[in-house]
Design a binder for this molecule. Structure first.
Ligand SMILES: CC(=O)[C@@H](O)[C@H](O)COP(=O)(O)O
Length: 255
């Protein structure tokens, strides 16, 4: 089970809801992925206009835990405002803190992310900050009490996979809260590697919504994450420099 604050999940896959070709494909992909957590930008919701089309309208929202995110925020103040709007609308008390510091790379602003996380924790939110793969920032976030850490594998939407496995391994090693690899996953093998390394979950969007067949890719991601987790729990063999025969001959008489 994946435990984040008071919440427990069987699935370790969190899915973003944007950029699907249409709402029908979005629903089919979400269904087949068996995800239990859906994330979306609060700014994209028509929170106060029920008559307007809603990009989550095809989904039975009772089946999911919603993880609103503060996408669009460039400062801690903006992120806090978006989070409060989300809570006031009754969406969820969990918030993915996303404070983007650079338009080209969409990398998070570390100072503003830390500041927003501290304020939102004081306000009683369950806080999941999207962060870079900076090891010390991950530690600082953990120290202030966030409920999970979400280091990017690589820039959002880039599909480059895990560009700094060493840093990710340090973050996982020191973590006392769940580590959810978020952003930059391109293929099922990227997701499987993140899980084999000991991540507690993966959040992804573009790799599924932008795939030639998003539904098939959603299934592939689910299987990859489950396989990666099983591999982690089973404990992989250590890597050796030289060969070790698969059928040892010691103690056997040679005929
Ligand atoms: C949907 C969401 O929260 C994104 O900001 C997230 O980081 C996913 O990134 P990818 O689209 O690269 O998977």
């Amino acid at each position: 089970m994946l435990k984040i604050g008071p919440y427990e999940f069987r699935s370790r896959l969190m899915l973003g809801t944007g950029k699907f070709p249409d709402f029908k494909v979005q629903k089919e992909a979400i269904d087949i992925s068996e995800t239990e957590i859906l994330t979306f930008a609060v700014r994209r919701m028509n929170l106060f206009e029920a008559s307007q089309p809603n990009f989550l309208e095809m989904l039975d929202l009772k089946k999911y835990t919603l993880l609103p995110n503060t996408a669009g925020a460039k400062t801690a103040e903006e992120a806090v405002r978006i989070a409060k709007l989300s809570k006031a609308s009754g969406l969820c008390d969990m918030i993915k803190v996303e404070v983007i510091g650079d338009e080209k790379t969409l990398l998070p602003d570390p100072v503003e992310t830390l500041k927003a996380s501290e304020i939102l924790l004081e306000e009683g939110f369950i806080v999941l900050p999207y962060t870079s793969d900076d090891v010390l920032l991950a530690k600082r976030l953990q120290d202030v009490g966030v409920h999970a850490i979400m280091p990017g594998a690589s820039p959002i939407g880039s599909g480059q996979g895990i560009v700094n496995p060493l840093n990710l391994s340090f973050i996982i090693e020191q973590a006392k809260v769940p580590v959810i690899v978020d952003a930059g996953i391109g293929s099922p093998s990227d997701a499987a590697i993140a899980m084999e390394m000991g991540s507690d979950g993966v959040l992804l969007n573009t790799a599924v919504s932008g795939a030639k067949d998003p539904v098939k890719m959603a299934l592939a991601m689910k299987l990859a994450i489950n396989a990666g987790r099983l591999g982690y729990e089973a404990g992989r063999i250590p890597k050796k420099r030289y060969a070790a025969a698969s059928s040892p001959m010691e103690g056997m008489s040679i005929v």
